[in-house]
Design a protein around this ligand. Structure first.
Ligand SMILES: *[C@@H]1O[C@H](CO)[C@@H](O)[C@H](O)[C@H]1NC(C)=O
Ligand SMILES: *[C@@H]1O[C@H](CO)[C@@H](O)[C@H](O)[C@H]1NC(C)=O
Length: 187
């Protein structure tokens, strides 16, 4: 390849993204199946975009706007960013930098969605969670057919009307992955 244009680079990185996700029901009753494509090891070799801090400029805004864009489509009131939820999410994401596996914090107080990807942004996590939209039943707030909540739980959380607050954290795993946690709560 003679020239790596930003677009090519972007497409390459997008193709490399291994995105997986799980969600826990509110308050602590549903755990999503560990997705089969969950990366376990060997994601190394990548240079951290944020030198290990995990957070980048505009990240919180990207998280909250990303959620609210989807909510607007559903005619649901926007969520606002919550520093306490974000702190908890950041703490959990940071604690997973070593293992980098999809495991819930187990606190039980907030609804929690997790995501692991490669060079992943806030939008990547929301986009991945939004792929569940096709099996989300807007009328019931549950999954279509007889599917368990864990199949569409991430998307259900994004558009759940009684969630008014969101806070997310992003950490870079030592193996090169990115670990994202979003917590949700009502007023
Ligand atoms: C990245 O972090 C390391 C260790 O904390 C520090 O020594 C280094 O100067 C940082 N590099 C940049 C570009 O910020
Ligand atoms: C929020 O909505 C969900 C889904 O409809 C419901 O299961 C839950 O009990 C509600 N929580 C509160 C605190 O109202």
């Amino acid at each position: 390849m003679a020239v790596a244009t930003p677009l090519l680079l972007f497409l390459l990185l997008a193709a490399l993204t291994l995105a997986v996700a799980v969600a826990r029901g509110y308050p602590a009753d549903v755990v999503l199946n560990p997705p089969s494509e969950a990366p376990t090891a060997g994601m190394g070799g990548l240079v951290s975009a944020t030198n290990g801090t995990g957070a980048y400029k505009g990240m919180a805004r990207e998280f909250v706007d990303g959620h609210n864009k989807v909510r607007a489509r559903y005619g649901v009131a926007p969520m606002r960013w919550d520093n306490k939820l974000a702190r908890q999410a950041r703490r959990w994401s940071n604690g997973m930098r070593g293992e980098c596996v999809l495991r819930h914090s187990g606190g039980g107080r907030y609804a929690e969605s997790l995501f692991i990807g490669r060079i992943a942004s806030a939008s990547d996590a929301i986009n991945k969670w939004s792929t569940e939209e096709g099996i989300f039943d807007r009328q019931t707030g549950k999954c279509t057919g007889a599917l368990d909540f864990h199949h569409c739980g991430h998307f259900a959380f994004i558009v759940r009307p009684n969630f008014s607050r969101v806070g997310c954290g992003r950490a870079e795993c030592f193996n090169g992955g990115v670990f994202i946690t979003c917590n949700y709560y009502h007023d």
